[in-house]
Design a protein around this ligand. Sequence first.
Ligand code: LMR
Length: 398
Amino acid sequence: MFNQLQGVPPDALLKLIVEYSQDQNPSKVDLGVGVYKDEQGLTPVMQAVTAAEHIILDNQLTKSYIGPAGSALYCERTAQLIFGEDHAVIKDHRLSIAQTPGGCAALRMAAEFINTCTKNATVWVSTPTWVNHTPLLGDAGLTLKEYPYYDYQTKSVDFDAMLQTLAGASAGDLVLLHGCCHNPSGADLSNEQWQQLTNLIMDKHLIPFIDIAYQGLGDGLDEDAYGLRLMANSVPEMIVASSCSKNFGLYRERTGTILIISSSAERANISSSQLFSTIRGNYSMPPAHGAAIVETILDSTSLKKQWLSELDIMRLRLSGNRAALVNAIEATGAQGDFSFINSEKGMFSFLGMNPAQVKRLKDEYAIYMAGSSRINIAGIAKHNVEYVAQAIAAVIKA
Ligand code: LMR
């Protein structure tokens, strides 16, 4: 049976991790996979996380099974973080929540849940979107259609084209949106655009499906959830997939959440039963450790304060790196206007370079980024920003 298999190429983004680690060039720069890095290029364990781990080790009494939904305290605290403590969907008991192995499992369980609700559902995804959205949702059997999002010419969201395409979607179709810090472009919707999109979604009876993997790394925890909360105020049904990989730095702990809003508390009970049954049939129940860290932090006033200040430092470093890179490129006299990078949010921006130029940056300068010229802004540091800027200028010129 296995003899019939054809090999598949490794995931292009994850391949960059291996290529970068094997590169012997002392000037190498990693602008590839979306992990936060400090000035030294390290992805440190947050201090609040380490403190929480000590508390967990000292106090845990059992490692017995916990069930498909995971920890109830984690689910409650995460929902408050995402929607805000007093949000109507929490007060009205319209939420079904489960702790998941990372944001990826939240997305996949959302796809499986959608399959249980209806066969042949259509999900509209942005062009471009995060590369792993396609296998996570498409391989589960959902039909994926694309709406225009990032305009490579104007280097901004083509909102009119987005609205125009979504106006042609059918009632009951889902619209996958990035809650903040759009991956890969960094180009986000304004609050006004979220309002217009909400109106369209309501008019056309579409269902928002929001992936929020970078909350807190754009403008702040509440600011980054503006659009999501607005939609949750307005629509009867919605799905959210969230991740603690980036804002808690828990990448390898695989800690995420799926949150489903149903039209009533009664419907939410039914949705919960289906969601938990779907999870049971997939991975049975989620791993505990990452969620234990998150709930320990969010349930403690002092640890939460510490985590918020560390998150602030990360966010400010990202926006500072944006400015530093734009200034350094301008200082080289390079062709083109890169100031758009300053108005984008979170970890990513496109440089707007073609695949041959991206390859030259890797081969000649040991600067690693996704083939689309998406860069991880966190990889910029004081010691490499001029090197990166000069390499970009040289490659554009040639
Ligand atoms: C990325 O887009 O680089 C990250 O979300 C990491 C991943 O799993 O792709």
